[in-house]
Design a protein. Structure first.
Length: 87
């Protein structure tokens, strides 16, 4: 009986409403912090991946151009044949 009298009072209802409002506020705050943290981390990961891709592309292009500047096996063999035949 005592519990029914307390739950019918305005003070109890105001306290209950305040607890519910506080709980919702905390959930919204933590939700916002979670969302902003995830957004920040995803942005950093995207930037890191883009930088890695750019670096690998540049490295591949540099190696590709270095390979194209090296004489091919057939060119080296031809030069050796010319050198041997002129001796």
């Amino acid at each position: 009986m005592q519990i029914l009298r307390i739950s019918n009072s305005a003070t109890f209802r105001f306290a209950l409403a305040y607890v519910a409002l506080f709980g919702v506020s905390v959930l919204l705050l933590f939700g916002f912090i979670y969302w902003s943290t995830i957004t920040l981390i995803e942005g950093q990961v995207a930037q890191t991946v883009a930088a890695e891709i750019t670096g690998l592309e540049e490295r591949y292009r540099n190696e590709e151009s270095a390979v194209s500047r090296k004489p091919s096996h057939s060119a080296v063999a031809g030069a050796e044949r010319r050198r041997v035949s002129t001796c």
